[in-house]
Design a protein around this ligand. Structure first.
Ligand code: G3H
Length: 541
């Protein structure tokens, strides 16, 4: 069957959905977590529609998978007040708890979370259209991240469990929480990227308002009981609805001490500007990117094509780390394009639960239209689609399109496409991609494909000053999570990794004393009789 035929018959009827992946009944979420209680919700709700369409007698329609609360300003502020009260200016139970005790709470949460794996994975598939394998990976990677965070904190705590004596002053230096955190994760990694900020924030003693992404809300519902039961009241509070309606009032209140936000640079800027005392606000932001692949004349083409397919098309290119533009040396352009198009023609596409599927439906028909506009604009300026059925669409599905030759008059040249549309440009000297990266508003990562160590070394040195990760013969990616994940320019603020995230939500604080007999005696008694959680030499093993 031709690719076009397969696209036309892509979506199943209800009866064709395998029993083991069905989502029945729909999840009508009518509660939310506030101050340690699951409170009933009787306000407005929003329907959650899946990227997956169903074939019905009246045509294709997005599957309705449930509904969730649509908060307004009042409810969002109530959540913030609960977090502020639990923090209690740093005097609350949670921020003053010992590190060992906070670790136990997080471990308890992870144990409870693990039990809800099947529900969350199924919801990831249905709510954001992520493949089964990637949905499982997202869940498991999040649990691994929690375990690694605990280990990193134990390490940090062990090095802080000692006194420093210098120039006649005794000091004990630890990290203390920064206050109240607003965590806003993205729709493409709604679980992982929300939790990779929220868990480090919690374990360092901050209290949290968690805004669930849209789409990406319902998959958090199975975890609400675990959050309620594992943490003291007010430590985690959830809010829902349109970010632009609920987040600005929280920021404008001046009560948010740290903004952890993954999304667009424009939205991040406007949230930061709402805060009345900008110098008090700390931010950790994961923003946009236009990561380039640079394919040199001596690149191993099998490997390069493999990595470029994964880099451009995993989860439909809806990853901030996706390869979003490919520069190919003119001398190998023809071979590369042939092999790349051939590989893209063979990419498994379909429903998220189908075996080995890489490309799946997009969130909504508007996403498809936006990408079609980008394709049309590129065609108008001289690009062609070089793979079979590239750009063919069916409701929420858009088949991957390789566009060649792309130039700087096209929107695709500079815009982050966020979908399975792949711009390819020829180059004769490496100055072309280097200048592109210098003038790009983004600075996250780059991938270099080539074999000659001299050429690669000459590229590495200027490129590490344009981006924050240079990948050799490998697609761009965030993991492993102990590596720093950050970006320059409009791509990020602050650094996330298992250990960096602990620092983002805390500040170095110390107790210091002139080394007099009086002070030595006081410190000795506090430590020996375990009178303080901060001033302590207890070692977490
Ligand atoms: O959307 C951006 C993600 O952080 C990318 O993570 O490279 O592991 O897919 P990944």
């Amino acid at each position: 069957m031709s690719i076009t035929h397969r696209i036309r018959s892509l979506f199943p009827s209800e009866a064709e959905i395998p029993a083991e992946v069905r989502l029945h009944p729909p999840i009508e979420q009518r509660d939310y977590l506030l101050d340690g209680r699951l409170c009933p919700w009787d306000g407005s709700v929003e329907d959650a529609l899946s990227p997956v369409c169903l074939r019905t007698p009246s045509g294709l329609a997005r599957a309705r998978i449930g509904s969730y609360p649509l908060f307004g300003e009042r409810e969002a502020l109530a959540a913030l007040d609960a977090a502020v009260a639990a923090y209690a200016n740093g005097c609350g139970r949670w921020p003053t708890l010992s590190v060992a005790a906070r670790i136990e709470h997080v471990q308890e949460f992870a144990r409870r979370m693990k039990n809800r794996r099947d529900e969350v994975v199924r919801l990831l598939m249905w709510e954001i259209g992520k493949s089964l394998a990637d949905s499982q990976k997202e869940f498991d990677r999040t649990l691994d991240y929690i375990a690694d965070t605990i280990d990193a904190l134990k390490d940090l705590d062990r090095t802080s469990s000692r006194f420093v004596i210098h120039q006649g002053v005794i000091g004990q230096i630890r990290r203390a929480p920064l206050g109240v955190v607003l965590c806003m994760g993205p729709s493409n990694y709604p679980l992982n990227e929300t939790f990779t900020t929220m868990i480090p924030a919690l374990i360092m003693g901050t209290t949290v308002v968690m805004k669930c992404p849209r789409p990406g809300t319902l998959l958090h519902r199975p975890l609400l009981e675990a959050l309620r039961d594992a943490f003291p009241p007010g430590v985690v509070n959830t809010i829902y609805g349109q970010g632009r309606a609920v987040a600005p009032p929280l920021m404008a209140s001046g009560k948010v001490d740290v903004l952890a936000f993954i999304g667009s640079p424009g939205a991040a800027d406007s949230l930061k500007k709402q805060h009345p005392r900008p110098h008090r606000l700390r931010c950790v932001l994961g923003l946009a990117a236009k990561n380039a692949g640079i394919i040199l004349p001596d690149a191993d083409l099998d490997l390069t094509v493999r990595e470029c397919v994964l880099g451009t098309l995993s989860y439909n290119g809806q990853r901030c780390t996706a390869l979003k533009i490919l520069f190919v040396h003119s001398s190998i352009l023809k071979q590369f394009l042939e092999r790349f198009a051939d590989a893209v023609n063979r990419v498994p596409f379909g429903m998220p639960w189908e075996k080995d599927v890489l490309v799946t439906p997009l969130p909504d028909p508007e996403s498809v239209h936006r990408l079609e506009e980008l394709i049309e604009d590129a065609k108008t300026h001289g690009a062609e689609i070089v793979n079979e059925a590239g750009g063919t669409s069916e409701h929420t599905y858009l088949h991957p399109a390789i566009l060649y030759p792309v130039n700087d008059r096209m929107r695709l040249y500079a815009e982050e496409q966020w979908g399975p549309v792949i711009p390819v440009l020829p180059f004769d000297t490496v100055e072309t991609p280097i200048q592109y990266l210098i003038h790009s508003p983004y600075g996250q990562q780059v991938s270099l494909f080539g074999s000659d160590p001299d050429t690669l070394a000459r590229l590495i040195d200027p490129l590490v000053n344009q981006v924050c990760r240079v990948n050799l013969n490998s697609q761009c990616q965030r993991g492993p999570d102990i590596f720093p994940f950050t970006g320059r320019k409009d791509s990020a603020e602050g650094t996330l990794s298992v250990s960096d995230a602990l620092r983002v939500f805390s500040i170095r604080t110390l107790v210091a004393a002139k080394a007099s007999d009086l002070n030595k005696g006081i410190i000795n008694r506090i430590v020996r009789e375990r009178k303080s959680n901060f001033l302590s030499t207890d070692f977490i093993l």
